[in-house]
Write a protein that binds this ligand. Structure first.
Ligand code: GLY
Ligand code: MN
Ligand code: MN
Length: 437
């Protein structure tokens, strides 16, 4: 990430907050996996967006107009003994020199210093409800300031959701953010190609997952943006299938939904392909419907269209395809109006993509779907799922679950498919699978 972005973001946020305000953002906590084992640490996206600082036990405080400095970072103190166990810390000096803080204090001094920073401020920008412990501290600090009213200290009167301003900023990606997201998507695309090439009947789903992780890591991405979904056969009909523990069977499809995370930016790609390298006729028939829906939806991603236009396009194509295949019967317009597709296409066509895989940003403004604008990134991911035992559905369709997902940047005059490079048509997939890695 271009290091100049962080101060720019903080300045913009402070401009929007106004002079009489203060913003407070605690870092994400370290999470325990089991007993003495911790999960890999992932900074909170808002926190990282404003600071680029990736240590736990830290708090960002922004105080517009404060003469001694507007950006204060509370963080862990240097401690050679602890650093020998857990690795280096920036400390207060590093916070200022490496991360651009105007002022830095040990995290243990938070209780002592923070009430003073709240004094004579009117608005507090803070996201309530994430940490009961931190919420409680906020109230204590506030009460301490209120207790000083007789000596002429003014306590803040307004609490404002910080998320609203920050999320609107995060929705529009800068040039350097787009570069990182493009890289993440390209790396994920390579990983999906590798999975297609190495997939064989008899492999375990988690072995295919390992191939994806291998490719991510070989290209510089240690983390996945979310738990990969590798679902063979009917497992593809379980939307959040992450068990990835079954053996892949010849004759089945496998659905892979996986994306690398690069510098805290997500990619999110889904492909569905035949374990044995060749689609059966029913699999092909459903695949072509989903592909047509995905292409129609991507066509609808351009500035001026609204958020739901791609979804409408996908719904129309899926309904048409299901009707043609005999899976639903009736008049097209009525079927769309009655949402007959929802039995098979149970989720929406996409979501914002960014530092979080289901990224932040409003989808509606004043109750109306918002317009797409350059710099926004979204996924397009229609799917059709027919679990085994589906009542009233011919057996030949049972156990077919197909989704196709790409990452799309809205540009000035249309869109760019960031995740380009993974085969999508039946012929392309079969051809790639016929080559070995
Ligand atoms: N991988 C999560 C999603 O596609 O929304
Ligand atoms: Mn996905
Ligand atoms: Mn997605």
């Amino acid at each position: 990430m271009n290091k100049n972005e962080y101060p720019k973001r903080r300045r913009r946020l402070m401009q929007m907050m106004g002079h009489d305000s203060i913003a407070i953002l605690p870092a994400a906590p370290m999470l325990i996996r089991n007993r003495d084992v911790e999960h890999a640490y992932r900074p909170d996206s808002n926190f990282f967006y404003l600071s680029g600082f990736a240590e736990p036990d830290a708090v960002i405080v922004l105080v517009p107009g404060r003469p001694q400095g507007e950006y204060i970072l509370f963080c862990q103190e240097r401690d050679p003994k602890m650093e020998m166990w857990n690795g280096p810390r920036a400390g207060q000096e590093g916070a200022c020199e490496e991360y651009g803080a105007d002022d830095a204090f040990p995290i243990d001094d938070l209780d002592e210093i923070l009430p003073g920073l709240l004094e004579d401020r009117e608005k507090v920008f803070y996201t309530m409800g994430f940490s009961a412990e931190f919420d409680h501290k906020m109230m204590e600090w506030l009460n301490q300031v209120r207790g000083k009213s007789r000596v002429g200290v003014h306590a803040p009167n307004e609490f404002v959701a910080l998320d609203h301003l920050l999320h609107e900023m995060r929705l529009f990606k800068s040039r350097s953010e787009i570069k990182i997201m493009r890289d993440a998507a390209k790396i994920s695309a390579k990983a999906h190609c590798r999975a297609m090439q190495v997939c064989r009947p008899g492999m375990m789903e988690y072995q295919l997952e390992a191939e994806l992780l291998h490719e991510f890591a070989q290209h510089g991405c240690r983390e996945q943006a979310y738990q990969s979904i590798v679902g063979g056969g009917a497992n593809a009909c379980v939307l959040h299938y992450i068990r990835n523990s079954a053996e892949l069977q010849d004759g089945d499809l496998v659905l892979i939904d996986a994306g690398a995370e690069k510098q805290c930016y997500a990619s999110d790609i889904t492909r569905t392909f035949p374990v044995g390298g060749t689609f059966s006729e029913p699999q092909k028939a459903i695949y072509e419907i989903v592909l047509a829906a995905q292409e129609a939806a991507i066509e609808a991603v351009r500035p001026g269209n609204h958020w739901n236009d791609p979804h409408y396009a996908a719904v129309r194509a899926i309904t048409k395809g299901l009707q043609k295949s005999g899976l639903i019967k009736g008049n097209l317009r009525t079927l769309i109006k009655d949402e007959a597709y929802r039995r098979f296409f149970v989720h929406r066509t996409g979501h914002w993509l960014g530092m979080d895989v289901h990224d932040v940003g409003e989808y509606k403004i004043d109750g109306v779907w918002r317009l797409l604008e350059p710099g926004m990134v979204l996924t397009v991911e229609p799917g059709i799922y027919i679990p085994p035992g589906s009542k009233g559905i011919a057996k030949k369709w049972w156990g077919i679950g197909i989704r196709i997902e790409d990452d799309i940047l809205v540009t000035k005059d249309g869109c760019e498919i960031l995740s380009e490079g993974v085969p999508k048509t039946v012929d392309e997939i079969e051809a790639l699978m016929a080559t070995t890695n």
